[in-house]
Design a protein around this ligand. Structure first.
Ligand code: T3D
Length: 263
């Protein structure tokens, strides 16, 4: 298993876990961390991978504080942030979106800037009680990026998204839950345990159906109603022939728990 300098990676019983691991800078996205993250996400998605779910979390008191503001020429006028987004961030976000396994993020502490974008790009987001979400971009004179302007209004509505983006205020996990930004708030000392529990539940699920769900929900962003009905029918046609769907029905009939293999 490859070693990384800026993340921890594990694959256990079908659950791949990526832990952002630069706690001294609140897991800020340095070039090294972005390279490690891209490599690990690709590894999860590669053909023949045993991963059936991906969990992303952070070490220390943060999930991720966004772009590493101390690195290189971040503070100089000749920087090309557009290029950095296109070259470094977009591949990570697009690979994550394309994965055929469900993605869970466990926001153990602050999720700011592009760190928040990564957190909310997951299918399921849980957060520690003390965690908070911060559209930090405006506080340093930037616009939200890494998918925030796409994801956030769709999750919490335009009014809340605009206020978060323009005011740059901390949104505590309780409020994020109330707004529908996240799925669950967990006691701080239980967050990693709960993340593993949900992660293993996903990893033991009908992987192809879970992949179908994430891709259908994603397609619904651009489809009209009739197109989406068609997309569901096409996906369900594929699901009908899977071993897991056959096992699911058999298990129901035989009144036992289904044993999904991800096939
Ligand atoms: O090309 C591109 O990359 C463009 C893409 C941009 C995408 C973005 O993400 S832009 C937004 C970047 N992020 C931010 O603006 C957030 C900056 N950080 C903060 O506002 C605060 O640190 C927090 C609100 C997140 C947490 O505050 P607090 O008081 O709990 O912690 P702190 O004392 O500010 O930070 C602790 C340490 O982490 C500190 O280091 P030190 O003094 O102990 O040596 C601090 O410098 C470091 N740190 C925090 N955030 C970053 C960071 N180091 C580098 N980059 C950071 N983003």
């Amino acid at each position: 298993m490859a070693d990384y300098e800026n993340i921890l990676f594990s694959l256990e019983d079908g659950l791949a876990t990526i832990t952002l691991n630069r706690p001294e800078s609140l897991n800020a996205l340095s070039s090294g961390l972005k390279a490690d993250l891209l490599h690990a996400v690709r590894r999860v998605g590669q053909k023949g991978s045993d991963a059936r779910a991906l969990l992303i979390t952070g070490t220390g008191r943060a999930f991720c504080a966004g772009a590493d503001l101390m690195e290189g020429n971040m503070g100089s006028a000749d920087r090309d942030l557009g290029k950095s987004l296109i070259d470094d961030y977009h591949p990570i976000l697009l690979e994550l979106a394309d994965l055929d396994v469900p993605v869970l993020s466990a926001v153990n502490g602050v999720a700011a800037g592009a760190g928040m974008s990564i957190a909310i790009s997951a299918d399921i987001v849980i957060a520690a009680h003390s965690a908070y979400f911060l559209q930090a971009f405006v506080n340093i004179g930037l616009v939200p990026d890494a998918g925030s302007t796409f994801l956030l209004p769709r999750l919490v509505g335009s009014a809340r998204a605009r206020a978060m983006m323009m005011l740059g205020e901390r949104i505590p996990s309780d409020k994020a839950l109330e707004w529908g930004l996240i799925y669950e708030v967990v006691d701080d000392d239980m967050i990693q345990l709960r993340a593993k529990e949900l992660g293993h539940q996903l990893a033991n699920g009908p992987t192809r159906a879970l992949s179908g769900i994430r891709h259908l929900v994603s397609q619904s962003q651009k489809n009209n109603y009739a197109e989406q009905l068609q997309a569901e029918a096409g996906m369900q046609r594929q699901m009908g022939g899977t071993e897991d769907a056959i096992e699911g029905v058999m298990a129901f009939v035989q009144k036992r728990k289904a044993d999904f293999k991800g096939k």
